[in-house]
Design a protein around this ligand. Sequence first.
Ligand code: MG
Ligand code: MG
Length: 276
Amino acid sequence: MMKTSNAGRTGTVAKRGIVLKSPREIGFMREAGRIVAEALTEVRRLAVPGATTADLDTAVATIFRRHNATPLFKGYPSSSPGKPAFPSVICASVNEVVVHGIPSGRELCDGDILSVDTGCRLNGWCGDSAVTLPIGKISLEAEKLLTVTQATLDLAIRAMDRCQYWSEVASLMEKYVKSQGMFVVEKFVGHGIGQDMHEEPQVPNFVSVGLRKADIRLEPGLVLAIEPMVSLGTKDVRTLSDGWTVETKDRRWSAHFEHTVAMTPDGARVLTFLED
Ligand code: MG
Ligand code: MG
């Protein structure tokens, strides 16, 4: 889920409200991240033709409850006036839905792709991650979309070790997606994360005007949720009347991968992996 909100309450404030985290705090975030990874692993197991996205939501809610972790998405207020808060623990976005799909009784079909995004707070610290999964056997084109989007996230994480500023990473992401004949969705961006899911800074997957004005220095203690959204036909999206579901304007398919990543003195570390 993507929207920026106020910065966290503690820690070292760098510039523009960015709150750097101590190694101990990053350790707490790693624990939250592990639970998110466990939830997405279970989703991967359950996401087969005939399953409903509501089933997957229930499964993730159960895992969070078992760990005494609080879901971050359920009850998240809408940014559109008069629209309801987000009703579920996961976002389940099928095919042309880019992000923020609401779980339902709709059965997944062979050949669909499903993006699942979720997050939790454990002992006051947050984790946030997303994957796009193939349902049964998918087309070659859909397979390539998933491969390219996953590779965009992976290359960003690797680049954080050697780049000084986020704009260098964003530029690599943008160029790679373009080289594959696909499109980076620009309407939504990643974000800082800590005690709140959405902290400063905004983390675009392209070199935005904002980044040109005020870049993000990749320094130890910075923790970002990095989440490229890539589509086959256009970067343009629209939000449906439910106030949440975001689909591509041309209704061609889109994928989304996300990890919570901490900068440490030894480089970038993914916090939303199952095992070290
Ligand atoms: Mg997310
Ligand atoms: Mg996020």
